[in-house]
Design a protein around this ligand. Structure first.
Ligand SMILES: *Cc1c(COP(=O)(O)O)cnc(C)c1O
Length: 379
């Protein structure tokens, strides 16, 4: 049987019941379950304000748009980011009229704070930090740099649902944290996400901006008459970025199992490490001290990665690559050559199968084949 990289594990009966509730109530859109998941996520994570979105990508764009307009940043002002990420992270910087500037990664495959320092210019306004695979890397150092320099820190926590650092859920200390609940992330729906601002005022503004800038409260407060429901104010140009109740229904079910699923992912990681450690041809990614990772990914580094990947496919093992250095893409090619560690990692990283259907026996089999293959291709 094929062993795939990711397979979302939906608790189907519970999901169907939760979706049925929406259909029976005749309420599938904004409100109802979206409010429930926002409260449930804040209760779970300890992050005080949570707003449910149609994706993490929307959230990253929204966050950058909000800070840019609030703080009066100019077009072309700079945001430091990582080249080793899903393109959403960097596209949304461009979509906000800002310029992504790439900082190199360290051994954790997250931004290296020392390289970040060297990329700061008078036009640097913000940093978007990605906790790759659920690992926090040297996030605290990056946070300290941002605080010292008055730069905004946005945490792209697409892989970090359930990641804790020193016992506390990640994201509380960033200026904005954005999660992804996309189908192959570790809190699966189909497409949705969550944006969390520690600041109540920004949370309130975000809620208007994700629904085209509409503020329903203005009139309902003064009139509180059903007849005036249509009489809302549109306060600024917004987007259609809010989540819906069907996705929220799925998220509420997945959230119940998040800690249990993440614990199993950590177990898989422990087994992988047990079987792979000590092999000089297979590089393991160090976990940050104090980080209890969601373990969205288990990555290794190997030489001749593409050949290794193809050879694994012959045993019906289907790993993935997270990620190709974004400066290899035409959109970001102008920045090629500035981040040698990311460039090297881009050629070496391999994400091994990581989902609830992978067994200890699978891990042993995958590790065995991987070791055979890397030594064969070396030898
Ligand atoms: C998946 C992912 C995103 C985008 O998430 P969506 O919810 O699909 O928009 C952003 N950043 C990273 C690092 C991701 O892995």
């Amino acid at each position: 049987m094929a062993i795939n990289l990711f397979i979302p594990n939906f608790r189907i009966d519970e999901c169907m019941d939760a979706i049925r509730e929406c259909l029976e109530k005749g309420w599938t859109g904004l409100g109802f379950k979206t409010l429930e998941i926002e409260k449930a996520w804040s209760d779970y994570s300890g992050l005080p304000h949570s707003h449910f979105l149609n994706s993490n990508t929307s959230g990253l764009h929204l966050a950058l748009h909000m800070f840019k307009t609030e703080k009066g940043w100019a077009d072309g002002d700079e945001v430091i980011s990582t080249p080793l990420t899903f393109v959403s992270t960097n596209h949304t910087i461009l979509q906000s009229g800002l310029t992504p500037v790439f900082a190199d990664v360290d051994d954790s495959l997250c931004i290296d704070p020392d390289d970040l320092l060297s990329k700061i210019t008078p036009r640097t306004r913000a940093v978007v930090y990605v906790g790759l695979g659920g690992n926090s890397g040297r996030y605290q150092e990056v946070l300290r740099i941002c605080r010292e320099r008055g730069m905004v820190l946005v945490l792209d926590a697409a892989h970090m649902a359930g990641t804790r650092v020193n016992g506390r859920h990640v994201g509380w200390d960033a200026d904005c944290t954005v999660f992804s609940f996309q189908a192959v992330k570790n809190l699966p729906t189909a497409d949705s996400g969550m944006i969390c601002f520690p600041d109540a005022g920004r949370d309130e503004r975000a809620r208007k901006l994700t629904w085209l800038g509409i503020n329903k409260d203005t009139y309902s407060r003064s009139m509180n008459q059903g007849a005036y429901k249509w009489m809302y104010e549109v306060e600024e140009l917004g987007f259609k970025y809010h989540g819906n109740s069907i996705m929220a229904a799925l998220a509420l079910v997945s959230l119940k199992y998040l800690d249990r699923d993440n614990a199993y992912r950590r177990q898989l990681a422990t087994w992988y490490e047990l079987h792979l450690k000590g092999d000089p041809a297979i590089g393991l990614i160090p976990m940050a001290p104090g980080c209890e990772s969601s373990r969205h990914l288990f990555q290794v580094r190997v030489a001749q990665r593409d050949q290794v990947l193809m050879a694994l496919n012959e045993f019906e093992i289907f790993p993935g690559v997270h990620y190709r250095d974004n400066t290899a893409y035409r959109v970001y090619r102008h920045a090629a050559g500035q981040c040698p560690n990311a460039e090297r990692a881009s050629d070496e990283v391999l994400s091994l199968p990581m989902h609830m259907g992978v067994t200890e026996q699978d891990v042993r089999f995958i590790a065995e084949k991987l070791k055979e293959i890397v030594h064969r291709s070396r030898g």
